[in-house]
Design a protein. Structure first.
Lengths: 340, 340
């Protein structure tokens, strides 16, 4: 991996990197979003805010609501509904995380024990349902059917992506196309919608809305590719999630697909044993990492992430230069730099 | 139970009983709803319609969508959006059933093996999410923010009710008030919304919308009270769900609350052992039924169901006489007659 040029760093040279630039621009709005989130996850049933705040306060990066705020800023919005909308986006994301952790039987999320481990699967499913419903209640407050249409569509697509992912799990015949289909749906659809609604609330024209959608979609694919690479490559402490989760569950991500395709018959037998039959022994994760290095599977996954990152950058070209555009570009770089 | 006068039968004497009357009135619309449901649960991911249709086609009674159709008819609606709306309501209901069965670890629903047993908890959670999102997509098509507001609110309330139910499970200190709070939220809120949106789509005035809401709410409480009584009293074959499920899980319903409150110390020890500690032996369910008979717990639960049924009947009084009103009244009777 030392031979790979970190594109993000090259682009960002001499400028405030990563999310900081967008935070500097919309930090005040993000504080309002966080207040909105806390206020709106309230329920007369104490377990709901208790469980929800465990996850929400654990300090995710708030990438998706930041994108909504950034897109609204890019389109010159000066109203106050974008913070409500950004809270919606974060609620939808949180609901899917809660349901994901039930599906994956995860034990660690954002460096903390998962809600399903602490409160049980039942509560995680139901509090996810609550947050999802609450998100739609907030959308109604914006008074925009267009926004409801966008986010309801994204929610349906996310669920489709998650079901597709179930179907490809433990199946070593999963193709790169099938994998891209899964991450486009389960991850990129919400990135796309988060950006689009920021433009729509600002009253942008349809072409700009489509451009923001495409920006978010390509960024989301890049983001997920890096995530999937990190699951095999990262330092557990720094990442704040269990490294090797995907391996343990037999989730067939691009690094696995590439290593399997490029490996000999004995290597394929290893992948089939550990990923299809889930017969895993101590040392298997390390062996998987050895095989990935041998076939440049992580490096090539990151290479693809940079490709989608470039597509995202190109979509920004249509928008007027300025601080908002530069800040959104820096989010793309951040999403890829995480890997280095 | 032989001493209880079945109020429903008395009211319905000489008339087509139960759901048939409403079916006769809106049967054509219901066929359109069923087509809409099949069409709209389609997804490019085959597992989604496969799993959803397992539950939807198993032939639930479609009480909730029937209520939407009946309420629209009562308010003189002659458009075609009520079938779309009825499909929404059934999708929300189906999504909650899928999540319920995961939460309850049920194995039987509508006389069939549950989806979670056949496809796993993961798929049930995610297909539930899909149907829920799809419901909101359909609502957007109606173009009515008011309808979105009503159904998003009901969905949030349902989730709150389900979480409250988790908190009261295995807790013999649960009061009758707490129980009513749970069923008002988890069941009656959707009955209320199903009725209200039928009126709203027809352009009824706010007082009529409130009346329909109250009709649905009281009907829903009666419906759930009867359901909870049946879980201890019914013939498994006829009910199409496992009798004794609530007992097995330690779900604290009104029959249990009444029997516990009225029992001596040794009986209370029995309830605490079986419902709080879930230490159950063969014969315990039969013993629970003996204790309920001894204290008229089932009969008194049904008595309360009749009380709420009467409240529902009274709400109908404000509406003009006619076939729609009579058919909705018959649904109340049906909901209670099920117990006899």
């Amino acid at each position: 991996m030392a031979t790979v040029t970190p594109l993000g760093k090259a682009r960002g040279a001499g400028k405030p990197a990563g999310l900081e630039r967008l935070l500097a621009l919309v930090g005040h709005d993000l504080a309002a979003v966080n207040q909105e989130i806390i206020r709106r996850m309230h329920s007369r049933v104490p377990l709901i805010p208790e469980l929800a705040s465990h996850l929400i306060s654990a300090g995710g990066k708030r990438v998706r609501p930041l994108l909504t705020l950034g897109a609204a800023k890019l389109c010159g919005y000066d109203g106050n509904q974008h913070t409500l909308l950004a809270a919606c986006v974060e609620f939808i994301h949180t609901a899917t995380l809660l349901h994901d952790d039930v599906v994956d039987e995860s034990e660690l999320r954002r460096g903390n024990a998962t809600a399903n481990l602490l409160w049980g699967n039942e509560a995680s499913v139901l509090v996810g349902d609550f947050l999802f419903s609450r998100a739609f209640q907030l959308m109604v407050e914006t008074g925009s059917l267009e926004i409801l249409r966008i986010l309801a569509g994204a929610s349906a697509t996310i669920a489709e992506g998650e079901v597709m992912q179930l179907a490809t799990a433990n199946d070593m015949t999963t193709t790169e196309d099938a994998y891209l289909d899964v991450i486009s749906a389960k991850t990129a659809a919400l990135f796309a919608a988060a950006c689009r609604v920021g433009g729509v609330i600002a009253g942008c024209d349809p072409a700009a809305a489509d451009g923001l959608d495409s920006f978010g979609r390509n960024l989301g694919i890049a983001f997920q590719l890096v995530d999937d690479a990190l699951d095999y490559a990262a330092d557990q402490q720094a990442l704040g999630k269990s490294v090797g989760d995907d391996f343990k569950e037999g989730k067939i991500t691009l690094p696995v697909i590439l290593a399997f395709r490029r490996g000999g018959e004995d290597e394929r037998a290893f992948w089939r044993r550990t990923q299809e039959k889930l017969e895993q022994q101590p040392g298997d994760l390390e062996q998987a990492q050895v095989l990935m290095r041998r076939h440049a599977a992580i490096a090539d996954t990151l290479e693809r992430a940079r490709y989608y990152g470039d597509l995202a950058h190109r979509e920004l070209a249509r928008f007027p230069d300025g601080e908002a555009k530069a800040a959104l570009a820096a989010v793309v770089d951040f999403s890829i730099e995480r890997a280095y």
